[in-house]
Design a binder for this molecule. Structure first.
Ligand SMILES: NC(=O)c1ccc[n+]([C@@H]2O[C@H](COP(=O)([O-])OP(=O)(O)OC[C@H]3O[C@@H](n4cnc5c(N)ncnc54)[C@H](O)[C@@H]3O)[C@@H](O)[C@H]2O)c1
Length: 388
């Protein structure tokens, strides 16, 4: 049985804590929670009769904790993880690992010095059965050499009401970005998990029809050795689309929301081309077998009730019990990969040029600081106008 604590018991951390209390996370008990907002903390602790701390260092000092779940706003993730490391406590960080890859790498370096400690990431889309099947198909070579990838993610609709709600959200100073670091962090992780990191990125980021300082509309081209991937994301469109299409020599994978289709060609395209005795290829050679899969009703229900995140929590506890880190769904290094894409997209959009990966991480921090300064100026101007 592992003793867990949750730091940050807002929307997501509160859910994690409740899942542990309900027994959804096997072989785990909740020993304490921590939140810097006293009213949130008191409300939770009174309702669920759990020990609460406003100060995390005090909690880490006083309680016997096997694993900490970090579910605070993004800028605090790494410093909290470092406190856990100092106390030799395993930890799981909510996405994203950090706001900048430079800071995340510092954590990864410290973690390497303590190989007995587990540093896990909440990248819960990796539990999605369809993405897992896609990974198997790609890794086994079934769809052949990749030729083209398109990912459209426009179904994370957010109203102005959402943006007006939270102090830290959709700002450079509070969240470290907008739709990319908040919502698309999941899809960009899936993308790099399936097809690897691109060599370069060119991106255009915009703010469309919302009063926010960060992006809510992104179009990016990811350059790979032999193909390109077009990534489109927005949080202002109705109806939204969530569609991943990966085309290879031998077939194609299409994942749309809760459905997956896998097309297996009778002959790979180079063979079709070679055998062609007419301009459009021989009809018989171009035949394709189509396989369809769904998300699975039981899985869908589980996710609706407890969240995909509960699967990752179970995996975290399993790894703590078995001490076999190779079984982790995602570790800190994996978290850095998705963040690399996010930082590179931002840098490309800010500098209006293609960014090679790896990019200059110091430059990214410098540019981010400029964005924060500009944002603060805008906020002050608005406050001055409102005060008049
Ligand atoms: N995996 C997912 O699908 C998913 C979904 C939503 C949010 N998240 C992530 O969860 C994290 C929290 O998001 P949220 O929506 O729950 O935010 P939230 O604002 O609802 O909750 C954050 C809580 O952390 C507390 N807090 C802030 N700084 C703290 C600190 N230094 N120490 C202790 N407590 C602190 C706040 O008082 C608040 O109660 C973010 O990283 C977010 O990206 C993940």
């Amino acid at each position: 049985m592992k003793s867990l604590a949750v730091i940050g018991i807002g929307r997501m951390g509160g859910r994690h804590a409740r899942n542990i209390l309900k027994g959804v996370v096997k072989n785990a008990r909740l020993v304490a929670v921590c939140d810097t907002d006293k009213s949130v903390l008191d409300g939770f602790c009174q309702k669920y009769q759990v020990k609460g701390y406003e100060n995390r260092k005090e909690m880490l000092e006083k309680e016997k904790i096997d694993g900490v779940i970090i579910a605070t706003p993004h800028y605090s993730h790494v410093e909290i993880a470092k406190d856990c490391l100092d106390k030799d406590i395993d930890f799981l960080i909510e996405k994203p690992v950090s706001v900048t890859t430079k800071e995340a790498r510092e954590l990864a370096k410290l973690l390497k010095e303590k190989p007995q400690i587990t540093g896990a990431m909440m990248l819960n889309q990796r539990t999605n059965r369809m993405y897992r099947m896609a990974k198997k198909l790609i890794d086994s070579g079934k769809i052949g050499t990749i030729r083209r990838v398109n990912f459209i993610v426009t179904d994370w609709y957010r109203s102005q009401f959402y943006y007006n709600m939270g102090g830290w959200r959709a700002s450079w100073s509070g969240e470290g970005g907008g739709t990319l670091i908040n919502q698309c962090v999941h899809q960009l992780d899936i993308l790099q998990w399936l097809i690897g990191l691109p060599k370069n990125i060119y991106a255009v980021c915009k703010t469309v029809k919302r009063d926010i300082t960060t992006e809510n509309d992104v179009t990016a081209i990811f350059g790979y050795d032999d193909f390109e991937c077009v990534f489109t994301a927005s949080t202002h469109e109705i109806p939204g689309t969530n569609r991943l299409e990966i085309a290879g020599d031998n077939g194609k994978i299409v994942i749309e929301k809760f459905k997956m289709r896998y097309y297996l060609n009778k002959y790979s395209e180079p063979v079709v081309n070679q055998r062609a005795k007419r301009d459009y290829g021989n009809k018989k050679d171009k035949k394709t077998q189509v396989y369809s899969y769904g998300y699975g009703l039981t899985r869908l229900l589980y996710d609706a009730i407890y969240g995909q995140q509960a699967r990752v929590l179970n995996n975290f506890v399993e790894v703590l019990e078995s001490k076999d880190k190779s079984k982790l769904i995602a570790d800190i290094e994996e978290g850095i990969k998705g963040l690399t894409i996010i930082n590179a997209i931002n840098l490309s959009a800010w500098q209006n040029k293609s960014i090679d990966i790896p990019f200059d991480e110091n430059e990214y921090e410098k540019q981010l600081e400029i964005k924060i300064q500009e944002e603060q100026k805008i906020k002050k101007e608005k406050a001055d106008i409102a005060g008049k």
